[in-house]
Design a protein around this ligand. Structure first.
Ligand SMILES: *Cc1c(COP(=O)(O)O)cnc(C)c1O
Length: 372
């Protein structure tokens, strides 16, 4: 058993994928082939965003987004402490200051209230992460950012396809709301390719131009470089795979939801367990099905399940503010109680597009036996 079943997913669409890859092979347009812009256009249309710019991975996407904002060394960027390291790493890499903050205990996401407390004169950007598959409360965050003249970069590596609902009832896809958004096409993400890949999204023509330029060596035209850039491309084979899989993205989200509901129904009665809390303003695309075990025995449970052949994931075991690499950005005697608590309580069960009730029954049978 695995956390994700990429093999099973591939088997169902194998002829289509193989054909798409073969077309790239025949064309030998491996870099910047027409399929790359075709996929970018299709993804823009799907997300309801003006520009999609492919790049080499989700971490590069975050770095390029920050580079496009023309920040100065020491400028502060607010970022959750309970997230994957990539979100904060690129901030430090660019000699900016990551300001690591706490988040909501129920949805695992940062809120405008958490952010507000950390805004200073030097705050230039916020990177909300739509963790595990549902969006942050983007309306509140955008309002706060506007008040302070701060950029918002959505890290949408885990919630592609999720839909956020505004107070007036209008809806937007995650990744189409901030000034810039980023995503990853790492194979196990909800929209995954067959290698590394990523993308940036924006509705701003000026930012889109900068992002394209930065991701291609700061080039304005061939061999003329207007700014320092990087080499970060989505290659044609990955774009061909993604272009096929994009058609199934909503179907994939719905299989993940079916699996999540089945877990919910059977696990909700265990008192010590807290099933994933749904945000009232976002649907969930269940990149992860993450529970909290409230009685302090999470590590025992994970070990027990492992001994029974059931894989689990602990995303994440140590908050970023306690990581050695971020030591110098954290004040003395600083703590983030919710991040600490989450790191001790969370664990994720296998969730993917190929999960059957039989496999889930097996997982839940072993899980429930731990409590009996
Ligand atoms: C996966 C992930 C990334 C990084 O994506 P890569 O393609 O692996 O570089 C960034 N942020 C979050 C929240 C992620 O889950």
């Amino acid at each position: 058993m695995q956390m994700v079943d990429l093999k099973g997913q591939y088997q169902r669409i194998k002829p289509e994928i193989n054909n798409a890859i073969a077309q790239v092979m025949d064309s030998c347009h491996f870099i910047n082939g027409p399929i790359v812009s075709e996929f970018e256009n299709n993804l823009s249309e799907y997300l309801g965003v003006k520009h999609t710019i492919g790049c080499a991975n989700g971490t590069d996407a975050l770095q390029i987004a920050l580079m496009a904002l023309d920040l100065e060394p020491g400028d502060e960027v607010i970022v959750p402490s309970f997230t994957y390291v990539a979100t904060a790493e690129v901030i430090a890499l660019l000699r900016l200051k990551p300001v690591l903050i706490d988040q909501d205990l129920d949805t695992f996401n940062v809120t405008a209230d958490h952010i507000r407390a950390h805004i200073t004169e030097r705050t230039r950007a916020i990177v909300p992460v739509h963790l595990f598959g549902q969006t942050c409360d983007m309306e509140d965050i955008m309002t706060l950012a506007k008040e302070h003249g701060i950029y918002v970069i959505e890290d949408n590596a885990q919630a592609i396809g999720a839909v956020y609902q505004f107070a007036d009832g209008s809806k937007k896809r995650a990744g189409s709301i901030g000034h810039i958004a980023t995503t990853s096409f790492f194979p196990s993400k909800n929209l995954g390719c067959f290698g590394d890949g990523g993308a940036l999204f924006t509705n701003d023509d000026d930012l889109a131009g900068k992002i394209r330029m930065i991701s291609n060596h700061g080039q304005s035209k061939r061999y003329y470089h207007d700014r320092i850039g990087v080499n970060s491309r989505l290659d044609s084979i990955q774009a061909a795979v993604l272009n096929v899989k994009l058609k199934y993205l909503d179907e994939y989200a719905s299989s993940r939801n079916t699996a999540a509901l089945y877990y919910d129904e059977n696990l909700t009665e265990v008192e010590q367990l807290k099933i994933p809390v749904r945000s009232p303003k976002s649907n969930h695309v269940f990149h992860q099905y993450t529970l909290r075990l409230l009685d302090g025995s999470r590590d025992d449970l994970v070990a027990y399940l492992k001994s029974k052949g059931i894989p689990t994931g602990v995303y994440y075991p140590l908050p970023l503010y306690n990581q050695k690499a971020f030591e110098k950005f954290v004040p003395h005697d600083f703590s983030l109680p919710i991040a600490d608590q989450l790191c001790k309580e969370v664990f994720s069960l296998p969730i993917h597009t190929e999960l059957s009730y039989e496999i889930q029954d097996q997982i839940m049978g072993e899980l429930l036996s731990f409590f009996n």
